[in-house]
Design a protein around this ligand. Structure first.
Ligand code: ADP
Ligand code: MG
Length: 256
């Protein structure tokens, strides 16, 4: 079976820095795959290349068997790739509901229709989007907050809101950059439960996370990066005992 994501010989150089260095790996449909590694390992750069924010210097990225590495971000989103950000990106002045609907707009098709027909079509889509957004908020326990400004939410609720927004585009691959970062234990565990639940319902997840308890408990497969290169790959037990992984994490006690 074709992997949903196929990264091949991927390199990203910034002035003088090789952030990702000749990296190859695949993600199978239905997997939760984690990417871990010390700060500066290249995890966010990898996500940015998959989402289309950063162009690879060399190498290829295929999604569902087709090259996507030259496509703009919105085309990749339409193909089914959604993401959340390491640094929370919530529109504080918009309502909670509107924040989710922003994510859903990538699936809208109205732009291709003639002007008058498009307006009718847009109105229908708008209703659909509102329903989808409400359903997501209900699912994540935020329905009663729908009309509040997003800035009024707690940090943990904003992290969940960002996830709801990513899901609003009905993706088949979800890229999560540190979904538990900054969350207290209980909320981090809840985030883990949400991810597991999404995956049980068919979502493929690529997860960057420093919370090792979360990574080890929910990942089917773990890729360990250091200095942009793969140093280990496998299940939790394999990775945990790998000498290079232990060495890479020495001195990063907060992550151990
Ligand atoms: P991680 O997410 O694993 O902490 P990053 O992908 O953010 O790592 O960074 C990998 C390396 O690339 C680091 O050395 C970082 O300083 C560098 N880097 C990341 N983004 C840029 C950029 N836009 N310009 C220059 N260097 C960058
Ligand atoms: Mg990062």
């Amino acid at each position: 079976m074709t992997p949903i994501l196929d990264v091949s010989d991927l390199t990203c150089q910034f002035a003088g820095v090789t952030a990702v260095d000749d990296l190859s790996f695949t993600v199978d449909r239905g997997q939760i795959k984690a990417v871990i590694g010390p700060n500066g390992a290249g995890k966010s750069t990898l996500f940015n290349m998959i989402a289309g924010v950063t162009r690879p210097t060399t190498g290829t990225i295929s999604f569902d068997g087709s090259r996507i590495d030259a496509l703009p971000t919105f085309r990749r989103a339409r193909l089914g790739i959604a993401r959340t950000f390491q640094n929370l990106q919530v529109f504080q002045e918009m309502t909670v509901l509107e924040n989710v609907m922003v994510g859903a707009h990538t699936t809208g098709r109205a732009g291709t229709m003639s002007a008058i027909f498009a307006t009718l079509r847009q109105q229908a889509e708008e209703r659909d989007l509102t329903e989808t957004a409400h359903a997501l908020l209900t699912r994540f326990g935020l329905a009663d907050k729908a009309q509040l400004k997003a800035g009024a939410l707690s940090f943990g609720q904003m992290k969940v809101l960002e996830l709801a927004r990513a899901l609003a585009s009905d993706p088949s691959l979800l890229l999560l950059d540190e979904p538990a970062a900054g969350l207290p234990h209980g909320e981090a565990d809840r985030m883990g439960e949400i991810i597991v639940d999404l995956n049980r319902n068919g979502m493929t997840v690529l997860l960057v996370e420093h919370n090792m308890r979360m990574v080890m408990s929910l990942s089917h497969d773990i890729l360990v990066l250091n200095n942009g290169r793969r140093i280990a790959e496998g299940d939790a037990d394999t990775v945990r005992q790998h000498p290079e992984v232990l060495a890479a994490y020495l001195g990063e006690s907060e992550d151990a």
